[in-house]
Design a protein around this ligand. Structure first.
Ligand code: CP3
Length: 343
């Protein structure tokens, strides 16, 4: 069975001898070969140059051939950029947008979806290069941010500790809030259609900041927009939803039309599996900090998760969030060995 078949079978909740494995941010600073490339060109340049973006995407698969999926090397912030609000990295860490969205007229003067997606043609070119390279051996994942998570960066003007601006906007000016989320939703639908046409096997939506919303507002602030995106894409196309810190909303997420829920490390995945409908897959969910420990500890904890899921269908093995720059190569190797040899 190829990795791609294993991945698509897990998404379809068919029984398997072991789950497929990939890792969020599997291409990144913990890899020396990534750091070597990045010493020569900026992050944004690598993202925008298909040959480089494809190369970075493939780096982890070369080092760890046991990985079952490749995830496009890009960033969720290419959407704000293509709409007219560029991003950069702060020297102190975190994201800095070129400016902050403060008025309705600023939102109205963002580019329309077709213009934005035309600017993102390099993403389609990267996916096509990857598809050509991988064929049907590995699953190929596209991705994007959720409308809410992108709106936090656009309204806060970058990374934020308190998210006060986006929350104040949500509470005090729903017309402006909805105008922005509508704009993002329309752009993301066109963007995901482009990724699907270019060869993506599945798309992951990152609602990384869904967990900072007041519980009763999660639907209005985030989930309704995700549901609209899913409804606008081909009915049989698999979408994975990752929303950090949203445990109380897992069931609502599972009924949003997505094929899989990616679960953060604070949840007990076996309980989540029992709670969610049988036709929705679950993905996750080792604590990423484990990748900074030792191979023995990683192997023990990965086995514990695998055993807790024994006899269930619809599990994609992953970390509960992205792998960190401090992760050790030997821990990643232990993870790949443990999951791919487990029966
Ligand atoms: O998973 C992969 O290998 C694919 C590539 C990928 C990146 N970003 C590359 C990247 C993916 C899927 C993302 C998604 C992303 N980007 C999210 C959602 C997932 C999550 O982590 O919750 C978010 C919130 C972003 C925005 C973003 N981009 C942040 C917060 C940062 C870190 C900034 C910092 O302080 O370092 C980035 C940078 C980024 N995106 C890196 C990578 C490999 C690190 C860049 C580097 O230092 O080389």
């Amino acid at each position: 069975m190829t990795s791609r078949d294993r991945f698509l079978s897990a998404l379809a909740c068919q029984p398997l001898d072991r789950p497929p494995l990939w890792v969020m941010r599997q291409a990144g600073r913990y890899l020396p070969e990534y750091r070597a490339l990045k010493a020569q060109s900026s992050f944004v340049h690598m993202v925008q140059t298909p040959a480089l973006a494809a190369e970075v995407t493939l780096q982890p698969l070369r080092r760890f051939p046991g990985l079952d999926a490749a995830i496009l090397f890009s960033d969720i912030l290419v959407i704000p950029e293509a709409l007219g609000q560029p991003y950069a990295f702060r020297d102190t860490g975190g994201i800095e947008m070129a400016y902050r969205l403060e008025t309705l007229s600023q939102i109205e003067s963002l580019s329309d979806a077709d213009t934005a997606v035309a600017r993102l043609a390099y993403v389609g070119d990267t996916l096509a290069l990857l598809k050509k390279n991988l064929g049907d051996t590995k699953a190929l994942l596209g991705f994007g941010g959720s409308p809410w998570t992108l709106a936090t960066y656009m309204v806060e003007g970058g990374s934020s500790d308190d998210f006060e601006r986006i929350k104040l906007l949500f509470y005090t000016d729903r017309v402006m809030f909805d105008a922005l989320l509508e704009k993002l939703t329309t752009a993301l639908i066109a963007y995901f259609k482009m990724q699907i046409a270019a060869g993506a096997d599945a798309i992951q939506i990152f609602d990384s900041w869904g967990g900072i919303i007041a519980g009763p507002d999660y639907e209005a602030a985030s989930l309704q927009w995700i549901r609209r995106i899913v409804a606008a894409l081909p009915a049989d196309f698999p979408i994975i939803l990752y929303a950090k810190g949203t445990a109380p909303h897992l069931t609502d997420q599972a009924f949003s039309g997505v094929r899989a829920i990616s679960v953060d490390w604070t949840n007990d995945l076996a309980i989540v599996r029992r709670t969610l409908p049988d036709n929705v897959a679950v993905q996750g969910n080792l604590d990423p900090v484990l990748m900074q420990t030792t191979p023995v500890i990683v192997s023990r904890e990965a086995t514990r998760l695998l055993e807790s899921m024994r006899g269930t269908a619809g599990h994609i093995f992953n970390l509960g969030h992205g792998i960190t720059p401090q992760a050790k190569i030997e821990c990643m190797q232990a993870l790949v060995d443990t999951v791919t040899t487990w029966r």
